[in-house]
Ligand binder design. Structure first.
Ligand code: HEC
Ligand code: HEC
Ligand code: HEC
Ligand code: HEC
Ligand code: HEC
Length: 499
């Protein structure tokens, strides 16, 4: 670390000493004693075990019950219902409904034509809203899968029920249900809660754990691959071992890794429909082209090549990216330096005399003092400015790539109007898939480039380049399609022209 921060306690102890000298020996003695008592009390309280007022177990999905034992964490958790807003984070719009991203950035809507995201795609907001926002989205006007609940509800008891006690089996069955069917079951069981304490904590010990089958499957496949994972040392360790059982995050991961894995249960790229089980696409690695390669190698159970949708205007098969925070973070300097999601999004805070993790999960920019200055010695304003520089550059590059995609789509549409055939447009459509995949990967990621600035810029650079190459391919196809005599007679010409 280039900016080792001075521990706050040393600092205040020194200040205390200065004051003491000024006030004289008697006062100094009294002051020092008070400080010692204070430190002793704090240490004692930090170590003191919590008092369990109520029992909680794997089926306790209601966070209010846990809140009786751990009121400070519950208090933070409840605040995730409050509105948050920064330049790029939190949400615009009003409290009834966050702002539509597809109206703010019309190129997004154009990219998604032919898919439910072109109907309704809004800013995210706090965890307390996740289930109601999913239930309210107009994307449900198209058939959706029960898999949607994996990341929007405290769904593990339902998986166990579906699988006769075996959560993994229940998970495997869940994709075949419609969203409505499974959502009804959740409500009927009285378990319609957003992500809850039980999803990240072992009820007996409160140790962190991951529960989500999609994540466990995905990270196992990642470990079994030979993709480089410079930020996830426990995977390298598992790879060097006997490999007689799959990598198990709950056994093999370090506590520090768990502080990011719990978020990686949901803040990731995925595929979710009634065609196949929910899939986290990490079998070839976590980088944008690793995931692209994974999807390109995937076929649906019916044998068709994988794609998320067919673009309405061009007919290109499209890969849609969803919020790859975990994947992008993995490519950045913070992950490499062992800085976890929780370090920035759930920093420690003092609650009375004890130290608790802030369960008001939100933008760290609303909390720079605790989220950044524990490690960075620069002022709050300077830290905000550094983020602003990164995000502005990323935003500019993203808008530029958005314009390039629009030009590409226009190009294909015009070429089609001029009579270019799908065969002639194959190359342009392939570029459209590549360009959209990259642009969407960064646009759907929620840090506006911050989690890995250089990687984000690299990806956006590629997006713009592929879009422009595709535009040229469309122009070429257009001249071919617009030839006075259409393609078939032209190619027949040499033989028939022979006397
Ligand atoms: C070094 C600090 C840091 C780490 C580590 C980090 N983030 Fe972030 N994250 C940020 C910053 C800064 C933003 C931008 C916030 C903004 O624009 O208001 C952000 C934005 C986000 C957002 C959007 C927030 C909003 O208010 O809309 C999400 C979601 C997110 N991060 C999730 C994660 C996840 C998941 C991880 C771990 C895989 C992670 N972050 C790791 C600093 C961090
Ligand atoms: C069970 C799935 C799940 C888990 C686990 C999860 N999140 Fe989220 N997170 C979501 C969903 C869904 C939303 C969007 C909710 C909405 O818009 O209604 C969200 C929203 C957010 C936001 C935006 C908050 C705002 O005020 O706009 C941040 C930041 C965030 N999550 C960070 C994290 C971090 C950090 C972790 C790990 C400590 C984590 N999340 C764990 C599903 C999850
Ligand atoms: C792998 C986890 C995961 C799955 C599966 C998932 N979501 Fe989400 N969803 C998230 C996270 C994380 C966010 C917050 C980040 C964001 O909005 O980009 C979110 C945000 C949302 C939002 C609020 C923002 C928006 O997109 O308008 C809606 C609505 C939503 N999801 C609906 C759905 C529906 C419908 C499905 C099923 C087709 C689904 N989700 C499946 C993780 C998931
Ligand atoms: C998205 C995951 C997530 C959810 C949901 C969650 N926590 Fe936590 N919790 C964490 C993380 C991360 C830590 C830090 C643990 C560590 O570093 O060992 C933590 C720490 C704690 C601790 C240990 C003391 C502390 O504050 O560091 C308690 C107690 C706790 N959480 C209670 C709760 C309760 C009660 C709820 C529900 C109201 C809850 N948690 C929901 C992720 C979560
Ligand atoms: C737990 C410690 C820790 C926390 C918390 C932390 N950082 Fe960092 N940050 C680091 C380390 C370590 C580096 C890498 C420095 C190096 O090795 O040169 C770094 C690098 C950076 C960089 C340079 C980024 C790059 O890609 O080159 C920026 C900008 C930054 N941090 C901003 C922030 C902001 C903003 C926050 C709060 C949201 C934050 N950091 C929170 C430890 C931390």
């Amino acid at each position: 670390m280039t900016e080792p921060a001075r521990p706050a306690s040393t600092h205040s102890a020194r200040t205390g000493l200065h004051v003491a000298v000024l006030l004289g020996v008697a006062a100094a003695t009294a002051g020092a004693t008070a400080l010692l008592v204070n430190i002793f009390e704090r240490k004692a309280e930090e170590r003191s075990p919590f008092i369990r007022v109520v029992q909680v177990d794997d089926d306790t999905t209601d966070p209010a019950v846990w809140g009786k034992n751990w009121p400070a964490q519950y208090d933070g958790y409840q605040r995730t219902a409050l509105p948050t807003k920064t330049r790029f984070g939190g949400h615009g719009g009003n409290e009834a409904m966050p702002e539509e991203k597809i109206e703010r950035d019309p190129w997004l809507k154009r990219m998604f034509l032919g898919y439910a995201f072109s109907i309704d795609y809004r800013d995210r907001r706090g965890h307390a809203h996740m289930l109601e926002d999913q239930e309210a989205t107009q994307r449900l006007s198209k058939p959706q899968s029960g898999s949607c609940l994996h990341c929007h509800a405290s769904v593990m008891p339902l998986y166990r029920k579906l699988g006769d006690g075996d959560a993994m089996k229940g998970f495997e069955a869940s994709y075949k249900f419609s969203y409505k069917e499974l959502n009804d079951k959740l409500h009927d069981a009285g378990q319609a809660h957003p992500v809850s304490c039980v999803d990240c904590h072992e009820p007996d010990t409160m140790a962190l754990r991951v529960t989500r089958p999609g994540f466990i499957r995905g990270i196992q496949a990642l470990a079994a691959s030979d993709a480089a994972v410079p930020a996830l040392h426990s995977i390298d360790q598992w790879r060097e071992g006997k490999r007689d059982r799959p990598y198990d995050p709950n056994v093999d991961a370090t506590r520090n890794e768990m502080r990011s894995y719990v978020c990686g249960q949901c803040h990731v790229e995925y595929y979710c429909s009634t065609k196949m089980p929910l899939t986290f696409p990490w079998g070839q690695g976590l980088k944008v082209e690793d995931i692209e390669a994974f999807w390109k190698a995937t076929t649906f159970p019916d044998g068709h090549a994988f794609s998320d949708y067919t673009h309405k205007e061009t007919g290109a098969p499209i890969l849609k990216a969803q919020h790859p925070e975990f994947e992008l973070w993995n490519q950045g300097i913070h992950a490499r330096a062992g800085v976890s999601c929780a370090d920035c999004h759930m920093p420690y805070m003092r609650e009375g005399a004890s130290k608790v993790s802030d369960h008001w999960v939100r933008s760290p920019l609303l909390n720079i003092n605790r989220a950044c200055q524990t490690c960075h010695r620069a002022s709050e304003a300077e830290m905000a400015a550094r983020v602003e520089v990164i995000q502005s550059r990323n935003s500019d590059l993203m808008q530029r790539s958005g314009q390039a995609i629009v030009a590409l789509i226009d190009g294909i549409v015009e070429a089609k109007a001029q009579g270019a055939t799908p065969e002639q447009l194959a190359s342009a459509m392939d570029f459209q898939q590549k360009a959209q995949w990259r642009l969407d990967f960064i646009a759907a990621e929620n840090s506006m480039g911050f989690h890995a600035p250089q990687e984000a810029a690299r990806i956006l650079g590629e997006a713009a380049d592929y879009a422009r190459q595709g535009q040229i391919a469309a122009l070429t196809a257009r001249s071919a399609g617009a030839a006075p005599t259409s393609a078939a007679p032209t190619s027949a010409a040499p033989t028939s022209a022979a006397p």
